[in-house]
Design a protein around this ligand. Sequence first.
Ligand SMILES: [Zn+2]
Length: 320
Amino acid sequence: MKTSKSITRAFCVELQQELSIVAARREYFSQEPPRARFSFLCSSEACRALGVKVTGVRYDVKPQENPAFVAAHFRANPNYEHHADCEWVDDTPQDAPPAEETESESALRKARRKLDDYIDVFDPSLKERGKPTPDTDKPDIPQAEEPAQPTPVSDTPKRNQPKETRTSNLERLVDSFRQAQTELSKEEFALLPLRVPGQGEVTLRSYFRHIKYAQVGDERRVLYGGGLVERFGTGFRFTFFDRLRGKRVTLYVSPAQMQAYRSSRYIAELLSHADEVKFFTLFALGTLAESPSGKSLSVEIEDLRHLAIVLGPAKDAPTL
Ligand SMILES: [Zn+2]
């Protein structure tokens, strides 16, 4: 059968695990060059048994601000038919609205369909995976990407099973946010809900706050903005372009923090393009704090997993 839903996870043959496209991108760029591309099979067991391949698109391109933004995503391979039980096959006619759908539910459903990957629940807790250590050789994806798959109840038709996409991978949430921002109308964008354990339901839009609107001591959310990076050995300091009440806002990552982080090679790879890009956009799930001297502000994060970096446009790219 053909798939009709956006495929948001696939089984990576080389890594022998299921992952999102964002996790695949991180793993791809964590390889020592020359990097090998991955092969993917459908995440549904029945399809995997049949060898149903899925195509990974643009996971070998670094996340970058680009006039023609195309999000990394999975795509069904036209040469393969999926099993009838496949989680990405939906036998509900695409445009038949579920019974008793309200107008706003319908608008939300239509907005979501425009996105490759939509996150219902973002769990920022770091507890399951413990402290990252340099000798953790097991990829942290399985726990990170834990799909919320309710145990199928045999007498429930497939379409009635609640399906929600849950992740604790900040970069994945960032990609989804960036795509929603680019591809949806303002009204549609404002509709998208996001559930955050411990904070309840918010809108995706309000969970992200541009640094120029950030406030000291605000509830933890994703602060973001453009800026430049200075390297200190393997560590770095990011300085936002926007000042707050005239004060400089920075985020500092020490060499020790970088060395202890499993995906530091991926971050270093992104930062190595500093000379070629106009700026970086940094997304940090953290809080804004005043420096002891009171002269500057810093964004404080608990863990590097709460940091995502996107390359700005190339220096030679035309300004829009
Ligand atoms: Zn399948």
